[in-house]
Design a binder for this molecule. Structure first.
Ligand code: SF4
Length: 349
């Protein structure tokens, strides 16, 4: 047999056992550790997650600590990881787990799946790795490996394809090591069967079963449905100073970067004169205005093209919150979209 089949489990587990990455969440794969790491790893590289994971576990070592944490604390711990609905859902789910399950994640796929922010993949990862249940964990990495193994040109973004792949992997789960099989697949996708046309087939324990490799298609697979173009938004970001403090504001509770703090911004790419006029119309008197280096930030569906200004105001407007640069760094979660403008404050207390 070849492609995704029962014959792949033994060589894959053997390869995994022979050596895999030493990741902090693998040292003690409790349900909480697996859960937090898998949520952090969505859309984020392993290397970027390591530091976040360690800081998180020091501050919020268990589900009860997370459930009891103030919003400012968990948002700050997440600052820069992006996709902030993930951390809000982590907190909401922790509160729910404390209320419904006495503070311990349930050893049940459907109950896990019903918690905020836990989808099929994460529920499968927690169920298999932490509880030893024979449930697959199929994400984009695993879909890529499957499409190559099968030499299948169906777009992996297709919901039906994903469902079928999940069903096929479910049939392969070994009763004794389901978590290890899922982790071995993740490891293969991360270290060998690499994305963007760069699989290292010469190092692959599944090469003898891989139809994509044998047909010379490994580098062109998987197929994806064409992406919609991102919307471009021009914004003028203001680093506002008043008496040594920095002006920030909270974003609305829904939509992009909901509820996070931000540097104030105006729509469009404004010239210095246009900024002065826009602020004067609000009654804000600008005493100094300097251009900052423009910046770009890419979200899933939107790109911000940002013009930036450093400006000083004579008096602090009531619409903004003014904090010291040190407090801003320590206690307020600002999205990484503003990082380049904030570099002006480096070294200030
Ligand atoms: Fe991926 Fe190549 Fe291995 Fe096939 S042989 S699973 S394409 S790394």
């Amino acid at each position: 047999m070849s492609g995704v089949c029962a014959a792949m489990t033994a060589p894959l587990l053997g390869w995994y056992d022979a050596g895999h990455r030493d990741l902090p969440w693998r040292a003690s794969p409790t349900p909480y550790h697996v859960w937090v790491s898998e949520i952090m790893l969505q859309q984020t590289r392993v290397e970027a997650v390591r530091g976040y994971y360690d800081r998180w576990m020091q501050a919020l070592p268990d589900i009860r600590a997370l459930a009891a944490a103030e919003e400012a604390v968990y948002m700050k711990l997440w600052e820069g990881l992006g996709y902030y609905s993930r951390v809000r859902n982590l907190h909401r789910a922790a509160v729910e787990v404390c209320a419904a399950y006495g503070g311990a994640l349930p050893a049940d796929y459907d109950k896990l799946r019903a918690l905020p922010g836990i989808g099929e993949y994460t529920a499968g990862a927690i169920a298999s790795i932490a509880f030893g249940l024979p449930i697959p964990a199929v994400d984009g990495n695993v879909l890529r490996v499957a499409a190559r193994l099968d030499n299948d040109f169906t777009p992996i973004t297709d919901a039906k394809y994903k469902k079928q792949t999940r069903t096929r992997f479910a049939a392969l789960m070994p009763a004794d090591r389901p978590g290890d099989l899922n982790q071995a697949l993740m490891e293969l996708g991360a270290m060998v069967c690499l994305p963007n046309g760069a699989p290292l087939c010469g190092d692959c324990p599944l090469q003898h079963l891989c139809l994509g490799y044998h047909h010379g298609n490994a580098a062109v697979l998987p197929m994806r449905a064409a992406k919609k173009a991102r919307r471009v938004e021009a914004r003028t970001v203001l680093l506002i100073r008043c008496g040594g403090l920095v002006g920030i504001r909270r974003r609305p509770d829904s939509g992009l970067l909901a509820g996070l703090w931000e540097l104030p911004a105006l729509d469009g790419a404004l010239t210095p004169d246009e900024v002065r006029q826009a602020l004067a119309a609000r009654g804000w008197q600008t005493s100094k205005l300097l251009s900052l280096r423009p910046a770009k930030h890419i979200f899933t569906h939107v790109e911000w093209h940002m013009t930036g200004y450093y400006l000083e105001l004579a008096a602090p407007p009531a619409e903004l919150t003014f904090v010291t640069p040190a407090d801003l760094r320590a206690a307020y979660a600002l999205p990484s979209a503003f990082r380049s403008f904030l570099s002006v404050l480096e070294g200030e207390a």
